[in-house]
Design a binder for this molecule. Structure first.
Ligand code: NAD
Length: 511
């Protein structure tokens, strides 16, 4: 198929250094590509935007050799100086914020405000990492031995592999790379095969900063590719840490491959997030939040609200108000102002929505609104609300589209049990004004998720906190708090500054 690159509304792509055909491997400071040629497609019309030559396995091998040569120099660069490079990357992103946000919206299909918001998140991560570069502190601990000092010292791992998903083609790179870089690691990034233009445009900005500062390009590597390249990263003993974001199914594979070589993983996998609405909740706030969390990004966030658990006393009112709000959601071109709902990312996502609806119906689900593919070009589906038993098998799965299940409950214990009853454990939220309920919810017998909110949606996490989930969501934590520790190697160092070895007293060594 011919590419639409020369379309008038695609002209901004040139300002991001993109062309009708692009090389998809930034290796040792040079752009190359000897792998398969793939097409980047606009999800709102399924037409080609541009093509990309992905990295071959040989390209990958060359990239890793270059990383190995560059890593010592970067590890030995003082952390605040590494922070200065990340600060400049933040500035480079700031200068292209709206262009890169527009590309994100075009290639992924999320609405423009979300595309720009995602790039802003990477900029915020850069700012955060700059400060962090002066705070990678270890500790001094009391030793039980005389004239001995004991401390914990943090050093870089060397090379960090980052594999990311299509739905956050830029932010997840930022959560990982900003921290990994200030911690002194070279980064090897493989984005999703369906968002290669975002990978290339983002890498271009980073590459320019490295070049301007006379640093080796191999500090940051981008290898566009699919499962084969991802598999090579997972199995590569030169990469001590692989940070993987994607489905639980592929994450499990990656975990096995990295474990088999005794490497470390940081896994950010599928979610199946719930909002509980108590009888004392502010329903206006709850309705707004559920709409934002269930329909935003067309239900393709890892933190999308997929299950709504409502107290029986407010169930009818909550559902009625929610359906009214759903009827006002405007679907359209994600780049146009006023659009609230863009397309699903691919025809494959559209068919898994259709299969999901079939499964819902066969498992006794009742569609309250939506349930259909829209009759227009692109991958548009209707935002859908379903009444179904909370233990129907389909409810345990992450259907990656705007489908919300609603359930009724009587007691808080019952609601918490429903929240915790799925295999995944990413995000959760409760709407209530009762402090007793709040503290039970966030306490030992409350939500079992990594993100436990009150009176806000399941999505929209701030970068200052550690982000991630439990159980089938993988257990990883990214972005803020002490997540940086995962990107470093901790050594416990005991130093004897005296002339005696207390443990060896009584033994005559001569001399
Ligand atoms: P996916 O699992 O299909 O792909 C993710 C990445 O893995 C892609 O880059 C893909 O090319 C790569 N990959 C595929 N096979 C591989 C293999 N054998 N070895 C190594 N890498 C391989 O996921 P997706 O469809 O791109 O993204 C959607 C999923 O990601 C959802 O489940 C969503 O919840 C999850 N996600 C989670 C978070 C989080 O923070 N928890 C964030 C974003 C997305």
């Amino acid at each position: 198929m011919g590419v639409g690159f020369e379309r008038e509304d695609y002209q901004f792509l040139k300002e991001l250094g993109l062309s009708p055909h692009n090389l998809g491997c930034f290796s040792g400071g040079i752009w190359k590509g000897n792998g398969p040629i793939i097409t980047s497609v606009n999800p709102s019309d399924n037409k080609a935007i541009a093509t990309v030559t992905e990295a071959s396995l040989q390209d990958y091998e060359g990239s890793l050799n270059a990383c190995v040569s560059a890593r010592k120099m970067w590890m030995l660069t003082p952390a605040p100086k590494r922070g200065e490079i990340v600060r400049q990357i933040g500035d480079a992103l700031r200068a292209k914020l709206s262009l890169l946000g527009r590309l994100l919206s075009l290639e992924m299909g999320k609405i423009l405000a979300e595309g720009i918001g995602e790039v802003q998140e990477v900029i915020d991560m850069c700012d955060y990492a700059v400060g962090l570069s002066r705070q990678l502190n270890g500790s001094i601990l009391p030793s039980e031995r005389p004239n001995h000092a004991m401390m914990e010292v943090w050093n870089p791992l060397g090379i960090v592999g980052v594999i990311t998903a299509f739905n956050f083609p830029c932010a997840v790179l930022g959560w990982n790379a900003c921290i990994a870089l200030v911690c002194g690691n070279c980064v090897v990034w493989k984005g999703a095969p369906s968002t290669p233009l975002v990978s290339i445009a983002t890498t271009r900005l980073i590459a320019e900063v490295l070049e301007r500062n006379g640093l080796p390009g191999a500090i940051f590597t981008c290898v566009c590719g699919g499962a084969e390249i991802g598999d090579a990263i997972a199995k590569d003993t030169r990469i001590p840490l692989v940070s993987f974001t994607g489905s639980t199914k592929v994450g499990q594979l990656v975990r096995n491959n990295v474990n088999a070589r005794h490497g470390k993983t940081l896994l950010e996998l599928s979610g199946n997030n719930a909002i509980i609405v108590m009888e004392d909740a502010n329903l206006t706030l709850a309705v707004r939040s559920v709409l934002f969390a269930a329909v935003g990004t067309a239900g393709q966030r890892c933190t999308t609200c997929r299950r709504l658990i409502v107290h029986e006393k407010v169930y009818d009112e909550m559902v009625e108000r929610l359906l009214k709000a759903y009827s006002q959601v405007k679907a359209g071109n994600p780049l146009e102002e006023g659009t609230l709902l863009g397309p699903l990312h691919s025809p494959l996502s559209k068919s898994s929505f259709e299969n999901g609806i079939k499964a819902i119906k066969s498992q006794g689900g009742r569609i309250l609104t939506g349930g259909l593919v829209m009759e227009r070009e692109g991958n548009y589906v209707e935002p859908t609300v379903v009444e179904i038993s909370h233990d129907a098998p389909i409810v345990r799965e992450e259907l990656f589209s705007p489908v919300l299940y609603v359930f009724k409950f009587q007691t808080l214990d019952e609601a918490i049990e429903m929240n915790n009853s799925v295999p995944q454990g990413l995000s959760s939220s409760i709407f209530t004004r009762n402090p007793e309920t709040i503290f039970k919810w966030i306490g030992p017998t409350g939500s079992d998720c990594g993100i436990v909110n009150v009176n806000i949606p399941t999505n929209g996490a701030e970068i200052g906190g550690a982000f991630g989930g439990e159980k089938a969501t993988g257990g990883g934590r990214e972005a803020g708090s002490d997540s940086w520790k995962q990107y470093m190697h901790r050594a416990t160092c005991t130093i004897n500054y005296g002339s005696d070895l207390p443990l060896a007293q009584g033994i005559n060594f001569g001399g």
